[in-house]
Design a protein around this ligand. Structure first.
Ligand SMILES: [Zn+2]
Length: 558
């Protein structure tokens, strides 16, 4: 009921200033609604109006939010009305770190080996081979040696038997290792007597000395180099079309591409122009491509609410799922292994300074506590030398932390983007970090308590992107087998939803544009098949996604 009217004005370029009332009905003075969703259980993630029954939408934006009566009363002659039947509605999810363009291409050309038995994987490869001209490569990705029922890795002999007429290359989910067959080994011109390449390995059977077909790090690159990469501009666009379908059907409405190339940036624009881009993209640009960007005068924020240039991306240390993150204490069971620092601090500083000076946001891959410490030192130095207001330095992943790192992250106003699905999905790899350390990994509880704004992030392909899995993982810290990893970092469901929506918007300077269901914001939302707040927290992953809306239009309907 309209009570004391308090006004505040938001400066939102595309909509213009609008008025917000502190009554039950939150609305903007604009045109009549085109669409009304009513009879919903709406969680807005807007602290001033956390719950509502109905929303009115016009021009791709939320126009009004309130009770059924209030919002339905706005319906003019032509407004379409949809009864949500009491279903739960959340703002669309924001995946703040993943690799959609690259993943889309992989899905186009490679066999998805995320299967639960070696037998199933071999069947899928055989089937692909039957449709592939002889001699051409059969490629697989998302294979995970820890996830198949046989409890052992693929073998070269199995690949030879399943696909005798083609070279085969099956990449691990984490991307750093692969399995190949004999034809592939022949094409790579290596044999049992070839020495390992620097920084890599061709695994050999300890008894016979024969190559096993498992190749690691630069050993994998030997094969990467001989697999023809002949993607056309149209393939890149098609990859984006495909991945944007896949992601939006799980409730994602915005992503950050964490390692964009100029080709990726073009592909997102091509897909959008063709009407095939279903989600919004904030596209980081990898530092190797920055000279071109700087020469063209491009900087963070160029674009619009569909495709926008993100931060400069840099890499400090190694990976969590492949156990190469740079740590201050060694990996469990490997007393001499502290992981890898990929870039020296001085090189990182030089890369960062150039982009920072040109007005770019910075995002640095930093997983281990040493990697994070190094990256923070670079950011702190830049902030001293070239101070910038509201720089929102990003710590991509920011996995293993401690109290002093958290205090520095807070002081700098930096943004961590920790893996959201790893506690649930990659539990079996956590043993190598140890229970103590895992209590300081993907440290959402610590971040939130310190007043830091961490995001939801899948890193797909290495981690699954389904937001419902992210929520379950963050709330329970329990893997699929029931093992608990880092229970002291559990957060509440309400917090996890905020992390996956508002915090993602903040990380891309778009908190006034999206991340909550508020008048004037982009009409991006998801309709769940069951009420997530009433669901058993260990079953959130099974909640069906009924519909996803981006820009006021359904991009997914089950
Ligand atoms: Zn990544």
């Amino acid at each position: 009921m309209p009570s004391s009217r308090r006004e505040f004005v938001f400066g939102m370029g595309a909509v213009g200033a609008f008025t917000l009332f502190s009554s039950d009905l939150f609305s903007i003075d604009r045109t009549e609604p085109e669409l009304i969703l009513y009879n919903g259980n709406i969680w807005t993630v807007n602290l001033q109006q956390p719950r509502a029954q109905a929303v009115a939408i016009s021009g791709g934006r939320f126009l009004a939010i309130g009770s059924n009566d209030e919002v339905l009363a706005l319906a003019a002659g032509k407004a379409k009305k949809i009864d949500l039947g009491g279903k739960t509605v959340l703002p669309g999810f924001i995946d703040a770190h993943s690799h959609p363009a690259e993943a889309g291409l992989s899905h186009l050309r490679m066999v998805d080996c995320d299967l639960r038995s070696i037998a199933d994987i071999l069947t899928a490869l055989r089937e692909r081979a039957s449709k592939t001209p002889p001699g051409e490569w059969v490629l697989g990705f998302k294979y995970d040696d820890t996830k198949t029922s046989e409890g052992r890795p693929l073998t070269r002999a199995e690949l030879d038997a399943a696909v005798p007429g083609h070279p085969v290359y099956v990449q691990h989910r984490g991307g750093h290792t692969a399995w190949v067959n004999s034809q592939a080994i022949k094409l790579a011109k290596i044999d049992d007597h070839t020495p390992d390449p620097p920084g890599g390995k061709y695994d050999r059977d300890p008894a016979t000395g024969h190559l096993t077909g498992h190749v690691r790090e630069t050993g994998r690159e030997t094969f990467d180099k001989i697999i023809p990469s002949n993607f056309t501009r149209d393939d890149h666009r098609e990859g984006v079309r495909l991945i944007s379908r896949m992601m939006t059907r799980t409730g994602i409405t915005s992503v950050t591409d964490a390692m964009g190339t100029p080709e990726d940036l073009r592909a997102y624009q091509d897909a959008r122009e063709a009407g095939q881009l279903r989600m919004r993209v904030y596209c980081h640009i990898y530092q190797a491509f920055m000279d071109q960007m700087l020469a063209a005068g491009v900087k963070t924020g160029l674009g619009d609410e569909w495709v926008k240039v993100g931060a400069q991306k840099m890499i400090c240390d190694g990976s969590i799922s492949e156990r190469t993150a740079r740590l201050s204490q060694p990996y469990i069971g490997r007393p001499d292994d502290f992981g890898i620092l990929v870039t020296t601090e001085e090189d990182l500083y030089q890369q960062a300074r150039k982009a920072h000076a040109a007005g770019w946001q910075l995002g640095t891959h930093a997983n281990g506590d040493v990697g994070i410490d190094t990256t923070l030192r670079v950011y702190e130095r830049l902030q001293k030398e070239l101070p910038r207001k509201d720089a929102r330095y990003r710590l991509e992943h920011c996995t293993v932390v401690n109290d002093s790192l958290i205090a520095r992250i807070k002081a700098l106003g930096a943004i961590p983007t920790p893996f959201s699905t790893y506690a649930y999905y990659h539990g079996e790899k956590m043993k190598e970090y140890g229970a103590d350390r895992v209590n300081h990994m993907f440290a959402l509880r610590s971040f939130i308590d310190a007043g830091i704004r961490p995001t939801q992030a899948s890193d797909y392909p290495p981690g699954p992107f389904e937001p419902m899995m992210a929520l379950q993982s963050e709330v329970t810290r329990t893997d699929a087998k029931g093992n608990v990893w880092g229970p002291q970092q559990k957060i509440t469901l309400e917090e996890a939803i905020r992390v996956g929506t508002m915090h993602g918007a903040y990380a891309s300077y778009e908190e006034n544009l999206k991340g909550s269901i508020e008048p004037g914001k982009l009409a991006d939302l998801v309709v769940l098949g069951r009420d997530v707040f009433k669901e058993d927290p260990y079953n959130i992953i099974n909640i069906p996604i009924e519909r996803t809306m981006v820009d006021g239009r359904w991009v997914w309907e089950s």
